[in-house]
Design a protein around this ligand. Structure first.
Ligand SMILES: *[C@@H]1O[C@H](CO)[C@@H](O)[C@H](O)[C@H]1NC(C)=O
Ligand SMILES: [Cu+2]
Length: 127
């Protein structure tokens, strides 16, 4: 009987400790229903969110029409496209916000970043 009591205590502690982190982590779809595209104000979108470490951001787009690069601040500002090998191209790219601070994302297709502001800066807060 003592054995089962221990199991129950461990299960209860697990639920109490693990459940809140599961519930609190949020998945944000970049651009909501508009997805990842040109002609959308992603900064306005991001400004209404409170990103936290552990959250994820999802880039949705028809595969082939856009892509996603995680870049540094200067590449973000100047729309410098990194090597193609660094691109996310699945059309449903789920990226973790794993560290506090700013991260930057751009589309590397054509002039989507430089001409159409298809870029987003995310400010991730510590938990
Ligand atoms: C930013 O990224 C670009 C493109 O990958 C690279 O050429 C540049 O050296 C990087 N700049 C810094 C400050 O890391
Ligand atoms: Cu694009």
């Amino acid at each position: 009987m003592a054995f089962y009591n221990h199991i129950m205590v461990i299960l209860t502690i697990s639920v109490v400790v693990l459940l809140p982190t599961v519930i609190i982590a949020t998945e944000y779809v970049v651009g909501d229903g508009s997805g990842w595209t040109i002609g959308y104000d992603y900064q306005a979108w991001a400004n209404t969110k409170q990103f936290k470490v552990g959250d994820t951001i999802v880039f949705n787009y028809p595969k082939g029409s856009h892509n996603v690069f995680k870049v540094n601040q200067s590449s973000f500002v100047d729309c410098v496209i990194p090597p193609p090998s660094e691109a996310y191209t699945s059309g449903h790219d789920v990226l973790a916000l794993s560290t506090p601070g700013k991260t930057w994302y751009i589309c590397g297709v054509g002039e989507h970043c430089s001409e159409y502001q298809q870029k987003v800066a995310i400010n991730t807060k510590a938990c």
